[in-house]
Write a protein that binds this ligand. Structure first.
Ligand code: SAM
Length: 216
């Protein structure tokens, strides 16, 4: 019972932090109240689960910083009936947040162990509108394209043309692009098959590894 109360307090403290960091979309803030981040981190890091930090999830990968997850979710301007492609399932936390707002989330992870663990976790938690794949997300997922929204949660050297092609007209794609240490979070919107690009600031993601990404 104490844990339950403390978790609610911790989640509310995190929501306040997100608000202080410029997250204004109440639906996004509510999703952070609903999705229990402690379920997505190793038990040994339970006490840090509601801090605004990235944390290790194994295989040199991380669960992203809550402010970055919230910012990216807000930038996607999600509508409930949309189809989303996520590259980089990782712990599945961002996937769970996205699933609150969408018809279906298609998520791809290149590390089999991470992808399988996230699939099991999210199934056990009752999420039913998520489709999982293990593989190289830089190729996208042509069988299910086009996507209303695409979110890449690893840093790319350049924007993969394959992903740009799999974005719907009227769609938005977020992709951190830069070098292996630091990237700019690029926000692409597609209208009449023309992509417009804006920057949402500087971010630091693990590398996007694959045919149209970094070569290891
Ligand atoms: N959003 C995730 C979360 O909340 O836990 C964090 C994702 S982590 C920062 C980036 C993930 O992208 C890692 O799990 C990494 O293995 C994965 N990744 C890197 N390159 C990939 C690729 N080409 N296809 C699919 N996943 C990839």
């Amino acid at each position: 019972m104490n844990d339950f109360i403390n978790l609610n307090v911790a989640a509310e403290r995190l929501v306040k932090k997100l608000r202080d960091n410029g997250i204004t979309d109440e639906r996004v803030l509510d999703a952070f109240r609903k999705v229990p981040r402690h379920e997505f981190v190793d038990g040994a890091m339970f006490n840090q689960a509601y801090d605004d930090n990235a944390l290790p999830i194994g295989f040199g990968q991380t669960i992203s910083q809550p402010t970055v997850v919230a910012l990216m979710t807000q930038l996607l301007k999600l509508q409930r009936d949309e189809k989303i492609l996520e590259i980089g399932t990782g712990s599945g936390f961002q996937t769970a947040i996205l699933s609150q707002f969408s018809r279906r989330v298609y998520t791809i992870e290149r590390h089999k162990e991470l992808g399988d663990a996230s699939r099991k976790r999210l199934r056990e938690m009752g999420y039913q509108n998520i489709v999982f794949k293990i593989g190289d997300g830089t190729a996208g997922w042509s069988q299910h394209a086009p996507f209303d929204k695409i979110i890449v949660t690893a840093g790319a050297p350049v924007v993969p043309q394959t992903l740009a092609e799999q974005l719907s007209n009227g769609g938005i794609m977020l992709i951190p692009t830069g070098d292996r240490q630091q990237q700019e979070l690029l926000v692409y919107s597609k209208q009449s098959n023309v992509l417009k690009c804006e920057s949402a600031g500087s971010v630091a993601f693990v590398p996007l590894i694959g045919t149209h990404g970094w070569k290891m």
